[in-house]
Write a protein that binds this ligand. Structure first.
Ligand code: PGA
Length: 236
């Protein structure tokens, strides 16, 4: 793991945007994208840049189950607001939260992942160590799955909803095996609330109890951290 610690989240976000730029420069154009507050600044920097994504393919990690793409908390809506409506991509893909036939949706999304191996995958991390919606205990061998969100994720995400009861309890998520297929993975994490998770994934054992610990096994991972999230690392 290549671990880079920045004074602020903004500096880390600039570094992430530079990696997007370098990836595009080498003609690699399949981007695995994430939602959440973590990548927001990076997307803002990309939107303000002169980078051209019109030949690029975007494949998102996850989507709430049972939510319309027009709902302002859907991840489809988030991506349009923060990136796609400002920076057009050739194709964008995201699980369809309105498809109640889970088998059909999982098969559909796995076919997309098969067709478009990711050159660059960006990830946030949950305070419980999840990546995408792969919660603790998820199999490292999983491809796309319909998952049940843990209480801690529902609690973390309730800040975006009027109240906790409105947070969807299930989601479609790219599985860990598919995430690990990407050539290069960037994980960004900011703030003290995730310091324990970051310590575990860097210094702890590789275990399905801490989903992001699997990244220790990937040959090309960059961690972009701010000082607060790195504050519990032994080597700090
Ligand atoms: P956040 O979520 O970026 O909103 O903190 C990250 C995640 O839960 O994976």
């Amino acid at each position: 793991m290549d671990i880079k610690i920045f004074k602020t989240a903004e500096e880390a976000s600039k570094a992430a945007a530079e990696i997007f730029k370098d990836t595009l420069k080498t003609g690699q154009e399949v981007f695995g994208l994430a939602t959440g507050s973590t990548p927001e600044k990076t997307y803002e920097i990309l939107v303000e840049s002169d980078l051209d994504f019109s030949n690029a393919i975007a494949i998102n990690l996850d989507e709430y189950y049972g939510i319309a793409s027009t709902h302002d908390q859907s991840y489809a809506y988030f991506m349009n607001q923060h990136l796609f409506q400002h920076k057009p991509f050739k194709e964008t893909h995201i699980p369809n939260g309105e498809n109640t036939d889970a088998e059909d949706e999982v098969t559909r999304y796995d076919a997309i992942l098969e067709k478009y191996p990711r050159d660059l995958q960006i990830l946030g991390i949950g305070s419980n160590g999840h990546i995408a919606f792969n919660e603790p205990g998820s199999s490292f061998d999983a491809t796309t799955t319909k998952v049940k969100l843990t209480d801690s994720t529902i609690q973390d995400n309730s800040r975006f909803f009027d109240n906790k009861d409105e947070v969807p309890q299930e989601a479609y998520s790219m599985g860990i095996k598919s995430i690990m297929d990407a050539k290069h993975i960037i994980l960004m994490a900011f703030g003290e609330s995730k310091a324990d998770a970051i310590k575990k994934i860097i210094e702890g054992p590789v275990t399905e109890d801490v989903p992001a610990s699997v990244l220790q096994k990937h040959p090309n991972v960059t961690l972009l951290l701010d000082e607060a999230v790195a504050s519990k690392l032994s080597s700090n």
